[in-house]
Design a binder for this molecule. Structure first.
Ligand SMILES: [Zn+2]
Length: 170
């Protein structure tokens, strides 16, 4: 169970709506599965080179190469590494933990895509070397315009398992 203050849930939804039709992304930190802070991070995928895009394998890669930079950002995200490093430094300074990554799906359900799982597994490979705690992956879906949906997943061995979210007041 991941506990998230309602103001942070509202902030993630607002971030997703502000960037739509592009995907937004960011980081959640806190302690013992209780989120305390949100860090909005820039989605740089729109500016990535073909070489950098080679992480997206198979059909997904050829799909992405055919898209304009703007279209790429609509269907996927890549967090700005410098902003991520700054956020992680601040998280350590505050004696918190990286609890989760979030991003939006503007036109699909709040479930990890194959690309999401690939990115999560890539992070897993170096997370273990750095001995960081395992973050959850949150997805905000704007598919239903009237009612946004947020879900959290643990991604391990290329499998996503949903973890319930408990909204807390404050
Ligand atoms: Zn996604």
């Amino acid at each position: 169970m991941l506990h998230i203050p309602s103001r942070i849930i509202q902030d993630m939804i607002a971030h997703a709506r502000e960037l739509a039709p592009h995907e937004c992304c960011g980081i959640l930190s806190g302690k013992t599965q209780q989120v305390a802070e949100i860090f909005r991070i820039t989605n740089i995928l729109a500016n990535m080179s073909d070489q950098e895009l080679s992480r997206f394998e198979g059909a997904k890669l050829s799909d992405l190469k055919q898209l304009s930079p703007e279209e790429r950002a609509d269907i996927a995200f890549q967090m700005d590494a410098r902003e991520m490093a700054m956020a992680q430094r601040e998280i350590r300074t505050k004696d918190q933990e990286l609890l989760g990554f979030y991003h939006s799906h503007t036109a699909s359900p709040a479930r990890p895509s194959q690309t999401d799982i690939t990115i999560a597994m890539e992070f897993e490979s170096y997370r273990q070397k750095l001995a960081l705690p395992q973050p959850l992956h949150l997805i905000i879906s704007l598919e239903n315009r009237e009612k946004s949906d947020i879900r959290a997943y643990r991604i391990q061995d290329s499998q996503a398992t949903e973890i319930p979210i408990q909204q807390i007041s404050s």
